[in-house]
Write a protein that binds this ligand. Structure first.
Ligand code: BTN
Length: 251
C-alpha cells in the first residue's frame, strides 16, 4: 500500500496542515463552479474544530492520526436507503483496520470502529440529496493511529497502542482508499446481500446480552440486527424494539 492502488478514491488528494474540519472544507469545495471529482480526499494534520456525530467534537493530536474526508457521489442510492452507504463505508474502514490489526475489530452501530471494547475511530457521513436519491456524500473518517495518550473518560485506543509500532499516515490513507473503494463498488454493483451479511458479522455485540439505556431506563438486551432505515433492533425480554441513534446508549 505504499502507492494508492484504488481506481478513483484518493486520486485527487488535498493535504492540509491545518483546517477547522475536513468535512467543512470539502463541503465548501462543493459550492465551487467546478466541484471536485468523486473520490477527492481532504487530509489534515490538524483539525481545530473536528466534528463527531450528535454535535460532538472530535479531538486528535496533531500529526498523529488520520483525519480525512472523502467525496462520494452515490446517485444510485435512494434517500430512504442511505444507511446502505453507512454500511459500505463502515465495512471499508473495518476491513482496513482488520488488515493491520486482525480479528478483534468490529463495527459499533451506527458507525464507530471498535477494537475489543475500545473506540479506534469514528465516521461522520453528511449526505446531500437531489429529489429521491443521494447526490453527494461527505464521508469523514477519524482513526486513532499513532496517538498514545487519551483522556481517561473516553475508552479510546490506537493502532500504536495495540501493535506497539508507528504507522506512516500516507500508507494508511492508501490502504483505506483501497478498502473503501472495494466496498463502495459492492454497493454500486448491488451486492447488498453480501454487505448486509458482512455488516452483521462485524457488528459489535451482535447476539450478546448486554446493558443499554433508553428513555432513562437501564435494561438488558440483545442486538439482533439493523433495520433498512438504520435503526438498531434489540431483543428485550423476547420483544424486538427498534431504536434510532439518539434513543439508545450502550453501557
Ligand atoms: C464520531 O465518532 O462521532 C465521528 C468522528 C468523525 C471524525 C472525522 S475526522 C475527519 C472528519 N472531519 C470532521 O470534522 N469529522 C470527521
Amino acid at each position: 500500500f505504499t502507492t494508492n492502488s484504488a481506481l478513483f478514491i484518493g486520486q485527487n488528494l488535498v493535504a492540509l496542515s491545518e483546517v477547522d474540519s475536513t468535512n467543512n472544507y470539502l463541503k465548501n469545495l462543493l459550492t465551487n463552479s467546478t466541484p471536485p471529482p468523486e473520490g477527492t480526499v481532504i487530509m489534515a494534520e490538524n483539525q481545530h474544530s473536528g466534528r463527531g456525530q450528535m454535535q460532538n467534537k472530535w479531538f486528535a493530536e496533531p500529526g498523529k492520526n488520520l483525519t480525512v474526508s472523502f467525496l462520494l457521489c452515490p446517485t444510485f442510492v435512494k434517500a430512504v436507503d442511505q444507511f446502505d452507504l453507512n454500511k459500505a463505508v463502515s465495512l471499508g474502514v473495518a476491513d482496513f483496520a482488520v488488515h493491520f490489526l486482525g480479528g478483534k475489530v468490529s463495527i459499533k452501530w451506527p458507525n464507530d470502529i471498535y477494537w475489543e471494547d475500545n473506540k479506534l475511530g469514528g465516521i461522520l457521513i453528511e449526505n446531500f440529496l437531489s429529489g429521491t436519491h443521494l447526490k453527494q456524500s461527505i464521508v469523514g473518517i477519524g482513526l486513532n493511529i499513532n496517538q498514545s495518550h487519551f483522556p481517561q473518560a473516553v475508552k479510546a485506543i490506537s493502532f500504536k497502542l495495540i501493535k506497539n509500532e508507528d504507522y506512516l499516515l500516507q500508507n494508511c490513507l492508501n490502504a483505506l482508499s483501497v478498502y473503501l473503494e472495494a466496498r463502495y463498488l459492492q454497493l454500486k454493483n448491488g451486492a447488498l446481500d453480501k454487505l448486509n451479511t458482512d455488516y452483521l458479522n462485524q457488528l459489535y455485540r451482535l447476539g450478546v446480552r448486554d446493558l443499554y439505556r433508553a428513555n432513562g431506563e437501564v435494561f438488558y438486551g440483545e442486538i439482533v440486527g439493523v433495520s433498512q432505515c438504520g435503526q438498531l433492533q434489540v431483543d428485550i425480554n423476547n420483544e424486538v424494539k427498534s431504536f434510532s441513534f439518539k434513543e439508545i446508549e450502550f453501557i
